[in-house]
Design a protein. Structure first.
Length: 98
């Protein structure tokens, strides 16, 4: 009797998750302290790392907060925007595939 092969989930080749940069965009209203706070709370940066990223955002117009798989990046953007809106800041965040 012939045995027909059916595909199972183990037959599917899994792709590596696409990595994305999460980028904060400078504006004239969001305080430097708030950005440092977000970088520490949401992006797990220590105070020195957070200050350095904040200064880059302030002086260069944007800065990378971290590199994550897309779903993690998307969650961090959502949390950042929720915190910013709750505190009345127009902070902008982007996700860029790398």
């Amino acid at each position: 009797m012939a045995h027909s092969r059916t595909h199972t989930t183990t037959d599917v080749l899994l792709e590596e998750p696409k990595l994305c940069e999460v980028i904060l965009i400078n504006d004239n209203w969001t305080t430097m302290e708030f950005v440092v706070d977000i970088l520490m709370k949401i992006f797990d940066k220590n105070l020195t790392e957070a200050r350095n990223i904040m200064l880059k955002i302030h002086t260069q117009g944007s800065g990378v907060c971290g590199i994550y798989p897309y779903d993690v990046a998307e969650l961090k953007v959502k949390l950042t925007l929720e915190f910013a809106r709750k505190d009345g800041y127009p902070l902008r965040v982007e996700i860029r595939e790398i």
